[in-house]
Design a protein around this ligand. Sequence first.
Ligand SMILES: *Cc1c(COP(=O)(O)O)cnc(C)c1O
Length: 337
Amino acid sequence: MIDFRSDTVTKPCAKMREIMFNAPLGDDVYGDDPSINKLESVAAQRHGFASALFCSSGTQANLLALMAHCERGDEYICGQNAHNYKFEGGGAAVLGSIQPQPIENENDGSLCFDKIRAAIKPKDFHFANTRLLSLENTIGGKVLPLSYLAQAREFTHSHQLALHLDGARVYNAAVALKVDITEITKHFDSVSICLSKGLGAPVGSLLLGSVELINKARRWRKVLGGAMRQAGMLAAAGHYALEHNVSRLADDHSNARYLAQQLSAIEGFNVDLSRDTTNMVYANVADNVDINAIAQQLKGQGIVFSPSKTLRLVTHLQITRADIDQFIAALTSALHV
Ligand SMILES: *Cc1c(COP(=O)(O)O)cnc(C)c1O
């Protein structure tokens, strides 16, 4: 199967499975799982933080970050398109009693500091306490510039706000910018990272932060039912992913560029080639193209994507250039019957 729906669909390779199979295990609720302990200590160090927490998902890592930074009645500012506002079931409000204050994202995915400043609440009992600014990188495949991250750090310091990064795909950003990951993570008080997207682990995310913050998050993880026992098999996969699958993200990016070029040559598919979107390709589909019917037809040939008038195709560990050629050929012939 050739699956363009997301970079979450990858399956562990033979070597990763072998490492999972042989991972030393213990009960992590007692702090006894050597594989989880190793991942957490390696991850904290690797990203320049004092502490790290292995989480079941990116959604959980983001929620724990929000709940560790904010108390009941506090507020976080984020983008209207932020995953931790729009796509996580409203968890911060539902489970954390934390009020989101979304702001329209700019075209490049960033948030305008003037708009953030206007949204920060006065210190007055009428208002929620504005505590935190949450950014996302990459966002819709777009990389936030390093200079913007530095400005965000300065801005949050001057307004006494904490700064969180939803870095589900932060390694895509680092690889695209050709910088060490710490050039991005150093600006933040906390960072969440998905091991199960482009990095290719089957399950798991990391939350990084100070010892105090991670201790709070660890407690909330237990409250939320997310303290796992012998989950070292999963942590071992995550560790393998961090060691082996980072630099190869560049292949996903060049495959995405190749896919964007091929797709833009097809009538009815409008691709903005000036937009560098790491491992994601977006296309506007013309009204006369029945994208649902085409998706159905290609599915019969083992090619899967989510049909939409604003099509998103994602490259990953299990998409090769030959797969892209096969997709383009199948798409072209589906359009000409
Ligand atoms: C996928 C994703 C998440 C959540 O990850 P899950 O593991 O699916 O819960 C968070 N933020 C962003 C930007 C994502 O793309």
